[in-house]
Write a protein that binds this ligand. Structure first.
Ligand code: CDP
Ligand code: CDP
Length: 222
Protein backbone atom coordinates (compact mmCIF):
# COMPACT_ATOMS: atom_id res chain seq x y z
CA UNK A 1 0.00 0.00 0.00
CA UNK A 2 1.25 3.49 -0.81
CA UNK A 3 2.25 5.77 2.03
CA UNK A 4 1.13 9.41 2.12
CA UNK A 5 4.67 10.50 1.37
CA UNK A 6 6.26 12.61 -1.34
CA UNK A 7 9.93 11.65 -1.52
CA UNK A 8 12.27 14.13 -3.20
CA UNK A 9 15.85 12.99 -3.82
CA UNK A 10 18.64 14.65 -5.73
CA UNK A 11 22.10 16.22 -5.61
CA UNK A 12 23.27 19.19 -3.56
CA UNK A 13 21.70 22.60 -4.23
CA UNK A 14 19.24 21.30 -6.79
CA UNK A 15 16.42 22.98 -4.82
CA UNK A 16 15.13 19.91 -2.95
CA UNK A 17 14.75 21.60 0.43
CA UNK A 18 13.09 24.74 -0.90
CA UNK A 19 10.68 22.84 -3.12
CA UNK A 20 9.92 20.14 -0.51
CA UNK A 21 9.17 22.68 2.23
CA UNK A 22 6.82 24.63 -0.06
CA UNK A 23 5.01 21.50 -1.23
CA UNK A 24 4.59 20.46 2.43
CA UNK A 25 3.18 23.90 3.30
CA UNK A 26 0.78 23.80 0.33
CA UNK A 27 -0.57 20.39 1.35
CA UNK A 28 -0.45 21.03 5.13
CA UNK A 29 1.90 18.05 5.56
CA UNK A 30 4.98 17.57 7.76
CA UNK A 31 8.43 18.13 6.27
CA UNK A 32 11.67 16.22 6.83
CA UNK A 33 15.08 17.57 5.77
CA UNK A 34 16.94 14.26 6.09
CA UNK A 35 20.27 15.86 5.12
CA UNK A 36 20.09 17.88 8.35
CA UNK A 37 20.34 14.63 10.34
CA UNK A 38 23.56 13.66 8.51
CA UNK A 39 24.89 17.21 8.94
CA UNK A 40 24.02 17.13 12.67
CA UNK A 41 25.81 13.80 13.05
CA UNK A 42 28.93 15.21 11.36
CA UNK A 43 28.89 18.37 13.51
CA UNK A 44 28.28 16.41 16.70
CA UNK A 45 31.19 14.06 15.93
CA UNK A 46 33.45 17.02 15.19
CA UNK A 47 32.49 18.70 18.48
CA UNK A 48 33.19 15.47 20.37
CA UNK A 49 36.57 14.99 18.65
CA UNK A 50 35.43 11.78 16.91
CA UNK A 51 36.81 11.14 13.42
CA UNK A 52 34.19 11.02 10.66
CA UNK A 53 35.38 7.55 9.58
CA UNK A 54 35.04 5.99 13.05
CA UNK A 55 31.93 3.96 12.18
CA UNK A 56 31.01 2.56 15.60
CA UNK A 57 31.39 5.77 17.55
CA UNK A 58 29.75 7.97 14.91
CA UNK A 59 26.81 5.52 14.70
CA UNK A 60 26.39 5.71 18.47
CA UNK A 61 26.24 9.50 18.25
CA UNK A 62 23.72 9.30 15.39
CA UNK A 63 21.50 6.99 17.46
CA UNK A 64 21.44 9.40 20.37
CA UNK A 65 21.52 12.86 18.72
CA UNK A 66 20.24 15.34 21.35
CA UNK A 67 18.36 17.30 18.70
CA UNK A 68 15.18 19.38 18.71
CA UNK A 69 13.48 20.83 15.64
CA UNK A 70 11.57 24.00 16.55
CA UNK A 71 10.16 25.50 13.36
CA UNK A 72 13.18 26.55 11.28
CA UNK A 73 15.50 26.35 14.29
CA UNK A 74 17.61 23.26 15.00
CA UNK A 75 19.00 22.77 18.50
CA UNK A 76 21.84 20.33 19.22
CA UNK A 77 22.51 19.93 22.92
CA UNK A 78 20.26 23.01 23.38
CA UNK A 79 22.53 25.14 21.15
CA UNK A 80 21.20 26.73 17.98
CA UNK A 81 23.17 25.05 15.14
CA UNK A 82 20.79 26.00 12.30
CA UNK A 83 23.56 27.99 10.56
CA UNK A 84 26.57 25.93 11.69
CA UNK A 85 25.31 22.73 10.02
CA UNK A 86 25.05 24.51 6.63
CA UNK A 87 28.82 25.15 6.36
CA UNK A 88 30.30 23.50 3.26
CA UNK A 89 32.86 21.52 5.31
CA UNK A 90 30.03 20.10 7.43
CA UNK A 91 28.37 19.11 4.14
CA UNK A 92 31.52 17.17 3.26
CA UNK A 93 31.48 15.66 6.78
CA UNK A 94 27.84 14.68 6.29
CA UNK A 95 28.78 12.98 3.04
CA UNK A 96 31.62 11.14 4.85
CA UNK A 97 29.47 9.85 7.74
CA UNK A 98 26.66 9.01 5.28
CA UNK A 99 28.91 6.38 3.66
CA UNK A 100 28.91 4.32 6.87
CA UNK A 101 26.18 1.62 6.91
CA UNK A 102 25.84 1.67 10.74
CA UNK A 103 25.17 5.42 10.65
CA UNK A 104 22.44 5.02 8.03
CA UNK A 105 20.83 2.25 10.08
CA UNK A 106 20.97 4.40 13.22
CA UNK A 107 19.10 7.23 11.45
CA UNK A 108 16.52 5.09 9.64
CA UNK A 109 13.75 4.88 12.27
CA UNK A 110 14.26 8.49 13.33
CA UNK A 111 13.46 9.55 9.74
CA UNK A 112 10.40 7.26 9.52
CA UNK A 113 9.06 8.76 12.75
CA UNK A 114 8.50 12.07 10.93
CA UNK A 115 5.52 10.56 9.06
CA UNK A 116 2.25 11.78 10.59
CA UNK A 117 -1.31 10.86 9.59
CA UNK A 118 -1.51 14.11 7.57
CA UNK A 119 1.38 13.11 5.30
CA UNK A 120 5.07 13.86 4.84
CA UNK A 121 7.22 15.55 2.24
CA UNK A 122 10.88 14.61 2.68
CA UNK A 123 14.08 15.32 0.83
CA UNK A 124 17.49 13.70 0.70
CA UNK A 125 19.36 11.06 -1.27
CA UNK A 126 17.50 7.82 -0.42
CA UNK A 127 14.01 8.90 0.61
CA UNK A 128 12.30 7.00 -2.23
CA UNK A 129 14.76 4.11 -2.43
CA UNK A 130 15.33 3.15 1.24
CA UNK A 131 13.49 5.22 3.84
CA UNK A 132 10.03 5.38 2.22
CA UNK A 133 10.00 2.81 -0.59
CA UNK A 134 6.16 2.87 -0.55
CA UNK A 135 5.98 6.66 -1.09
CA UNK A 136 2.98 7.71 -3.18
CA UNK A 137 5.20 9.98 -5.31
CA UNK A 138 8.97 9.85 -5.84
CA UNK A 139 10.90 12.62 -7.53
CA UNK A 140 14.49 12.91 -8.66
CA UNK A 141 15.16 16.64 -8.59
CA UNK A 142 18.29 17.88 -10.31
CA UNK A 143 20.01 20.75 -12.15
CA UNK A 144 23.40 21.13 -13.83
CA UNK A 145 26.42 21.38 -11.46
CA UNK A 146 27.16 24.95 -12.64
CA UNK A 147 23.63 26.15 -11.91
CA UNK A 148 23.65 24.43 -8.53
CA UNK A 149 26.98 26.06 -7.64
CA UNK A 150 25.58 29.46 -8.69
CA UNK A 151 22.53 28.95 -6.49
CA UNK A 152 24.68 27.97 -3.51
CA UNK A 153 27.00 30.97 -4.10
CA UNK A 154 24.01 33.34 -4.22
CA UNK A 155 22.71 31.88 -0.95
CA UNK A 156 26.13 32.58 0.63
CA UNK A 157 26.64 36.01 -1.06
CA UNK A 158 29.75 34.81 -2.90
CA UNK A 159 30.58 36.52 -6.24
CA UNK A 160 30.49 34.18 -9.25
CA UNK A 161 33.88 35.41 -10.53
CA UNK A 162 35.69 34.60 -7.27
CA UNK A 163 38.05 31.75 -6.39
CA UNK A 164 35.57 30.87 -3.64
CA UNK A 165 32.95 30.16 -6.32
CA UNK A 166 35.31 27.65 -7.97
CA UNK A 167 35.71 26.06 -4.55
CA UNK A 168 31.93 25.67 -4.18
CA UNK A 169 31.67 24.12 -7.64
CA UNK A 170 34.50 21.69 -6.83
CA UNK A 171 32.84 20.76 -3.50
CA UNK A 172 29.51 20.13 -5.22
CA UNK A 173 31.18 17.92 -7.82
CA UNK A 174 33.15 16.02 -5.14
CA UNK A 175 29.97 15.45 -3.10
CA UNK A 176 28.03 14.30 -6.21
CA UNK A 177 30.81 11.82 -6.93
CA UNK A 178 30.90 10.51 -3.32
CA UNK A 179 27.09 10.27 -3.00
CA UNK A 180 26.63 8.52 -6.36
CA UNK A 181 29.44 6.01 -5.95
CA UNK A 182 29.08 4.81 -2.36
CA UNK A 183 28.01 1.21 -1.84
CA UNK A 184 25.08 1.90 0.54
CA UNK A 185 22.06 3.94 -0.56
CA UNK A 186 23.81 5.62 -3.51
CA UNK A 187 22.20 8.69 -5.05
CA UNK A 188 20.62 7.83 -8.38
CA UNK A 189 17.43 8.21 -10.32
CA UNK A 190 15.44 5.01 -9.84
CA UNK A 191 12.92 3.94 -12.51
CA UNK A 192 9.92 4.64 -10.25
CA UNK A 193 10.94 8.29 -9.71
CA UNK A 194 9.81 11.23 -11.87
CA UNK A 195 12.70 13.33 -13.21
CA UNK A 196 12.44 17.05 -12.46
CA UNK A 197 15.31 19.10 -13.91
CA UNK A 198 15.08 22.59 -12.40
CA UNK A 199 17.97 24.11 -14.41
CA UNK A 200 15.45 26.28 -16.28
CA UNK A 201 12.59 26.23 -13.77
CA UNK A 202 11.72 28.74 -11.09
CA UNK A 203 10.92 27.51 -7.59
CA UNK A 204 7.20 28.20 -8.20
CA UNK A 205 7.21 26.18 -11.45
CA UNK A 206 8.95 23.26 -9.73
CA UNK A 207 6.48 23.32 -6.81
CA UNK A 208 3.53 23.40 -9.23
CA UNK A 209 4.90 20.43 -11.15
CA UNK A 210 5.21 18.34 -7.97
CA UNK A 211 1.69 19.28 -6.82
CA UNK A 212 0.27 18.43 -10.27
CA UNK A 213 1.99 15.03 -10.27
CA UNK A 214 0.68 14.29 -6.79
CA UNK A 215 -2.83 15.38 -7.70
CA UNK A 216 -2.82 13.08 -10.77
CA UNK A 217 -1.39 10.16 -8.77
CA UNK A 218 -3.88 10.50 -5.95
CA UNK A 219 -6.79 10.56 -8.43
CA UNK A 220 -5.64 7.37 -10.17
CA UNK A 221 -5.11 5.64 -6.82
CA UNK A 222 -8.61 6.28 -5.42
O1 CDP B 1 21.71 20.62 1.10
P1 CDP B 1 22.55 19.65 0.32
O2 CDP B 1 21.78 19.01 -0.79
O3 CDP B 1 23.87 20.20 -0.07
O4 CDP B 1 22.95 18.47 1.31
P2 CDP B 1 22.06 17.74 2.36
O5 CDP B 1 20.77 17.26 1.77
O6 CDP B 1 21.99 18.58 3.58
O7 CDP B 1 22.93 16.43 2.66
C1 CDP B 1 24.27 16.49 3.12
C2 CDP B 1 24.93 15.13 2.84
O8 CDP B 1 24.26 14.14 3.63
C3 CDP B 1 24.80 14.66 1.40
O9 CDP B 1 25.90 15.03 0.58
C4 CDP B 1 24.72 13.14 1.53
O10 CDP B 1 26.00 12.55 1.54
C5 CDP B 1 24.13 12.92 2.91
N1 CDP B 1 22.72 12.49 2.84
C6 CDP B 1 22.46 11.17 2.61
O11 CDP B 1 23.37 10.38 2.43
N2 CDP B 1 21.19 10.71 2.60
C7 CDP B 1 20.17 11.55 2.78
N3 CDP B 1 18.92 11.07 2.78
C8 CDP B 1 20.41 12.93 2.98
C9 CDP B 1 21.71 13.39 3.00
O1 CDP C 1 18.07 21.32 -0.65
P1 CDP C 1 19.03 21.56 -1.78
O2 CDP C 1 20.45 21.56 -1.35
O3 CDP C 1 18.80 20.64 -2.94
O4 CDP C 1 18.74 23.01 -2.37
P2 CDP C 1 18.08 24.32 -1.71
O5 CDP C 1 18.88 24.72 -0.52
O6 CDP C 1 16.61 24.10 -1.52
O7 CDP C 1 18.23 25.36 -2.89
C1 CDP C 1 19.46 26.00 -3.17
C2 CDP C 1 19.17 27.42 -3.65
O8 CDP C 1 18.64 27.35 -4.98
C3 CDP C 1 18.15 28.18 -2.80
O9 CDP C 1 18.61 29.49 -2.60
C4 CDP C 1 16.91 28.21 -3.68
O10 CDP C 1 16.14 29.37 -3.47
C5 CDP C 1 17.51 28.21 -5.09
N1 CDP C 1 16.63 27.63 -6.12
C6 CDP C 1 16.43 28.32 -7.30
O11 CDP C 1 16.97 29.41 -7.45
N2 CDP C 1 15.60 27.82 -8.28
C7 CDP C 1 15.02 26.63 -8.14
N3 CDP C 1 14.24 26.16 -9.10
C8 CDP C 1 15.25 25.90 -6.97
C9 CDP C 1 16.07 26.43 -5.96
Amino acid sequence: MNQKVIAIDGPSASGKGTVAARVAAALGWAYLDSGALYRLTALYAKNQGIAWNNENEVAQLAASLPVEFIGQTILLNQQDVSQAIRAEHIGMGASAVAKLPAVRTALLQRQRDFLTHQGLVCDGRDMGSVVFPQAALKIFLTASPEIRAERRAKQLNIPLESAEFQHILADIQARDEADQNRSVAPLRQFPDAELLDTSDLSIEEAVKKVLDWYSKKSKTQV
